[in-house]
Structure formats: structure tokens, C-alpha cells
Design a protein. Structure first.
Length: 237
């Protein structure tokens, strides 16, 4: 499936996440269709199989594309992350695919917001009603958020895994803190809408920190690091 992954990864602009296909979700899907006429959004395979009938007319770039795992071992990571966190499989799959495709996670299910905020290292709040232009600008900024940090998160992630496997907790925590500081600097991108309180607009989730925070004894495959970066979760709810 690597060739199918490679064909999508450069042009993808987001990975879509919801749990149950309700009327509210249908409205959000239509909103995405209108805003991303010339851009591709990814649908995780488990989500697609659950709601094939509802989603089929939006597939093939209208605006959705079915996502693929570049290599099978990432399915193991999704299952391990699900088992450790207790989150739904569809959620952990979307987490990992968002990281692998270097694309923000577009959350269109309001029932997921509180849970994701609780998992984040930082959350951007806004007290203004966003216009269409606000959404276009800040969705583009969210795309740059994950892209600009990605290479560094991979390099630091490999070091964290190495120290973790050695049992060097001090170095692990030091590097995880450095990742958090990187996130704090990145939040300045959102100065146009950012407020001290209000409605959550976006949460940064450090998937590697989330994984390590749930276990003390785990053999980590270094290849997993591409699926364990920091992802921006944007709430379109």
C-alpha cells in the first residue's frame, strides 16, 4: 500500500474524524465539501468501512480520499495506542494517520472535543465567531503547524525512544519538555483569534508523550516514530 500512500501524502490537507454519522455530522461534511473543492481530505479506513454508504458520494476527491497505511506495522501502533488509552479505535487510527500524512486532524464531532482537549499539551481558545476567511486562513496555518515541526519531531522522537528503551527517564522527560516548549512557541501563529478563554479551536496532541505516559514497559519499534509526532486537532463543530 506504500504507493497509494505516496500518491496522497503531498496533497492531503487534513484527516477527518467523527464517531457516529448523525445529521450534525452530515452538515459538517457538507461544510467541508464546500470549503475544500480543490483540496483532498483523508478518511481513515475504519471510518470509511463503518459509513461507506453515507460517505461514498464524497470519495474520489469530492473532497475525500480513502487513506492507506504505508506499512502494516502502523496498524499495530493504532491497536496498542487504543489499548493503553481506552480511546475508540477510530480515534487512535485517525491520530496515527494524521501524523503519517503530516496533516492536521479535522474533528467534526462535538462529542469528542472535551476528551481531546484533555489529552492535549496546549489548546488554542477563541472568543470570536470565525468568518469563512478566518477558517480558510487558520486551517492553512494548522497545515503549516504540523509540517514545520515534523522533521524535528521525528529526530527528537527517535532520541526519546532510544532513551526510553535504555530506561533513562530523565532524558526522556527533558526531550518531551522540549517538544512542549516548541508547541508553546507555535501557538503564537494563532494570535489573530487566540484568547485566554472561550471555545476550543485547536488542541496540540503529542502522540509519543501520550503513548509513553500510559505505560512503563513497552518495546517500541523505531519506525513507529512517524506516527507519533505532534498533531494539531482543529475543531470544526
Amino acid at each position: 500500500m506504500f504507493s497509494l500512500y505516496a500518491a496522497l501524502v503531498k496533497n492531503l490537507r487534513g484527516v477527518v474524524l467523527f464517531r457516529d454519522y448523525s445529521e450534525d455530522i452530515k452538515d459538517r461534511v457538507e461544510w467541508l465539501r464546500k470549503r475544500f473543492k480543490y483540496r483532498d481530505l483523508g478518511i481513515p479506513p475504519t471510518l470509511y468501512e463503518s459509513y461507506r454508504g453515507e460517505l461514498e458520494k464524497y470519495m474520489g476527491g469530492k473532497p475525500f480520499r480513502l487513506l492507506y497505511y504505508p506499512i502494516p506495522k502502523y496498524k499495530d501502533l493504532v491497536e496498542i495506542l487504543r489499548g493503553l488509552t481506552g480511546l475508540d479505535y477510530v480515534v487512535t487510527e485517525a491520530f496515527v494517520l494524521s501524523s503519517l500524512y503530516i496533516s492536521p486532524l479535522l474533528v467534526i464531532d462535538k462529542e469528542l472535543v472535551d476528551d481531546l482537549v484533555g489529552l492535549g499539551v496546549e489548546t488554542i481558545y477563541t472568543d470570536k465567531e470565525l468568518s469563512v476567511n478566518d477558517w480558510k486562513l487558520h486551517l492553512r496555518i494548522a497545515d503549516y503547524t504540523i509540517l514545520d515541526m515534523y522533521s524535528e519531531m521525528i529526530k527528537v522522537g527517535l532520541k526519546i525512544i532510544e532513551y526510553y528503551m535504555r530506561g533513562d527517564k530523565d532524558h526522556v522527560e527533558k526531550l518531551l519538555n522540549e517538544r512542549r516548549e516548541k508547541v508553546k512557541k507555535d501557538t503564537k501563529r494563532y494570535w489573530r483569534i487566540k484568547a485566554d478563554s472561550g471555545k476550543p479551536f485547536m488542541t496540540y496532541i503529542d502522540l509519543l508523550s501520550l503513548l509513553l505516559g500510559k505505560t512503563r514497559e513497552l518495546v517500541i519499534d523505531k519506525d513507529w516514530v512517524a506516527g507519533l509526532t505532534i498533531i494539531p486537532c482543529v475543531y470544526i463543530v
